[in-house]
Design a protein around this ligand. Sequence first.
Ligand SMILES: Cc1cc2nc3c(=O)[nH]c(=O)nc-3n(C[C@H](O)[C@H](O)[C@H](O)COP(=O)(O)OP(=O)(O)OC[C@H]3O[C@@H](n4cnc5c(N)ncnc54)[C@H](O)[C@@H]3O)c2cc1C
Length: 408
Amino acid sequence: METFDHVIVGGGIIGASIAYHLRCKDAGSVLVLERNELASAASSRAAGLILQASTKATKTPLAKKTIDTIPILEDELDQSVGFHDVGCLRIAVSSERVAELEVIADDAATWGIPVEWLNQNEAQRRVPWLNTEVIQKSIFTPTDGYVDPYLLSMSYMEAAIRRGADVRPRTDVTDVMMDGERVMGVMTASGPIASGSVIDACGAWAALFSARVGFPLPMAPVRSHYWMSEPNLKYGAEHPMTILSDIGAYTRPEVGGLLVGVQETHSATFDARDLPDDPAAFSATRGEEHWDVLANAYDDLAKFFPDIEHARFSNYISGLSSYTPDGQIILGPVPGVSGFCVAAGDCGSGIALSAGMGDIVADLALGRDPFVDIAPFRADRFGAVDPFGQEFRDRCAVARASKTRTTA
Ligand SMILES: Cc1cc2nc3c(=O)[nH]c(=O)nc-3n(C[C@H](O)[C@H](O)[C@H](O)COP(=O)(O)OP(=O)(O)OC[C@H]3O[C@@H](n4cnc5c(N)ncnc54)[C@H](O)[C@@H]3O)c2cc1C
């Protein structure tokens, strides 16, 4: 039987980053198994925003590691990962959100992430299409940016392969082999593979996969989506990304147009057991209802983006992120099982957190101390829950609604 020191299940950005970081740490033999094409699920659909400071300070060092890792990867591969260092303007139009900006600015400063408070003129200069009259306060984080998520995923993967990792797409992992509470390997469609270290990086399917060792992860698939306008000289240039947390929306440039994401007050959630194995066979949106979501957000968006009146939105992308009730990711072992580690519950930030998550999980799999305390990310922090039930999924939808702020 083939044997590997570490088997990673899931060939999205998180599996790829874990493989890269394991090989950077000389972890022995590393195998990535992906049942479809590499990075063909959430990792190719993301808007690709990499925001470092956030209302969840625990995530900041993980996202900072991604920003720090991008130039290292580009050097190593001698190619671009498609990073646009446009910076991010966060806007507050209410005192509640101003208080959050202060928390975010302090958090950024703690980690040495540059942050500037902008007055209205400075905000207008950076984002000419923005109606700055509504702004109470705004902060600018110049080292944030957006990336081509597919390219970054494949860059981690390619760097891992160059460093000796074995990567096998179109290989379905059907079970985990156990001896009592100890993991012994995985069963695939083409036979068993022995390993004492199995890592669950299955994205929206991670709870289904961890259920195979008796611990379905406390997370639920939640719809994320955005719209893209046709190119327009007024608002389509490489201006900074904006976070409009008062209305739960964000923007970034998109090939001459504007990409607009809206967090719904009650996002659609899904029972992971109903997801097909192939994400291409699944739509997170029923029919054309997404145009109604954009229409409902229209008045709010127009306060910030008056030109929305003339914008032609011609493209829509949706997919699944995995949310937890507290908006924190899930990293580390699951109770009662040895040799099984998870990296899931991305809460819509898996691209931004990819290097941090990969580095931490690589250290955990090697029995080393990770670079941050992982207590907030523990898999058992919610106690016994039914992650497939409606009540739990509703809690995850609330976490999605408050992604860019502290309350829904
Ligand atoms: C519309 C949208 C916008 C987003 N925007 C952003 C953003 O701006 N910034 C950001 O940071 N994040 C964003 N995200 C979130 C980001 O895309 C995810 O956090 C990230 O892609 C998760 O990566 P992953 O590797 O965990 O999951 P995936 O990319 O979904 O990969 C998991 C893989 O596991 C495979 N798999 C599952 N089960 C098995 C099995 N049994 N055997 C073999 N393989 C298996 C699947 O086929 C899949 O390819 C967005 C997501 C969406 C949907």
